[in-house]
Ligand binder design. Structure first.
Ligand code: DGL
Length: 273
């Protein structure tokens, strides 16, 4: 194949940038379209059937308009419920999802006390419960559903800042102590959270390992692309990297600057239906 592969990276907002950044490192020569469903943000508070319906409908339009070769659902909240429907509906298209990194956390913890920090949706999903039963049965697992962190990460990216006290209050419940043991690994089970990981480290009551699955997701995407397109091959034409927002809103200047650091250019979005 002579043209570069086209990847669609999808999230409710800007969290998927943490996954996008890792994929770009492995596949710099692909074309990228990043879709932020900011009109539906935050996904963490949606009911499951409504969210599945929304993502399926959006995907239909995006696939029809952009014909991607691969889709990365860079959102735990959506991945943990919508992946089976997506794969069933588009069996020829590879979908790579993002699910809570409970397995690596359970492998790495020494104290056997881990926490899973996600949206309220993700931490209550059967999918998450099954991962715990399968990989972390030997650990004490604390589930922390944060209502505000994804929004704080969005504000941070919009250049509005996020207050230490607000971040600290959201991560606080992850830190547990029992006799002489304490939490030593925290799963970042929402793609927005690695955007704030430096603040988490600074505000943490003690050092822990913050587990971000983005590099592993990128390796999986790269492997699947390799099977279809071969190794990354430099292109003669410059590759395209654009971002669309389902609200259609033009991003404010600080966000444009943040997106430029990811080499992403804003493009207008026109919904199909
Ligand atoms: N970035 C998303 C995730 O990984 C969700 C944020 C939200 O929309 O609540 O779960």
């Amino acid at each position: 194949m002579t043209r570069p592969p086209k990847l669609l990276v999808f999230d409710s907002g800007l969290g998927g940038l943490t996954v996008f950044a890792e994929i770009v490192k492995l596949r710099p020569s692909a074309d990228y379209l990043y879709c932020a469903d900011d009109a539906g943000f935050p996904y963490g508070s949606w009911q499951e059937p409504e969210l599945v319906e929304r993502v399926m409908k959006l995907m239909e339009g995006l696939i029809a308009d952009h014909a991607p070769d691969m889709i990365i659902i860079a959102c735990n909240t959506a991945s943990t419920i919508v992946l089976p429907d997506l794969r069933l509906h588009w069996p020829a298209l590879p979908f790579v999802g993002t699910v809570p990194a409970i397995k690596p956390a359970a492998e790495r913890t020494k104290s056997k006390m881990i926490s899973v920090l996600g949206t309220p949706g993700t931490v209550t999903r059967d999918y998450t419960q099954n991962l715990i039963a399968q990989f972390a049965a030997h650990c004490s697992v604390t589930l922390v559903g944060s209502k505000r962190l994804a929004g704080l990460a969005e504000s941070y990216m919009h250049g509005e800042g996020a207050r230490d006290a607000d971040i600290g209050a959201e991560i606080g419940p992850c830190f547990r102590q029992e006799d002489d043991r304490r939490t030593d690994a925290i799963v970042l089970a929402c793609t927005h959270y690695p955007l704030l990981v430096d603040e988490f480290k600074r505000l943490a009551p003690w050092p822990v390992e913050w587990i971000d699955p983005a590099p592993a997701i990128a390796r999986r995407a790269d492997q699947l692309l390799g099977e279809r397109f071969g190794a990354d091959a430099p292109q003669r034409q410059p590759v395209s990297r654009s971002i669309i927002f389902t609200s259609g809103a033009r991003p404010p200047a600080p966000l444009v600057a943040a997106l430029a650091r990811y080499d992403l250019m804003w493009a207008a979005f026109a919904p199909t239906a």
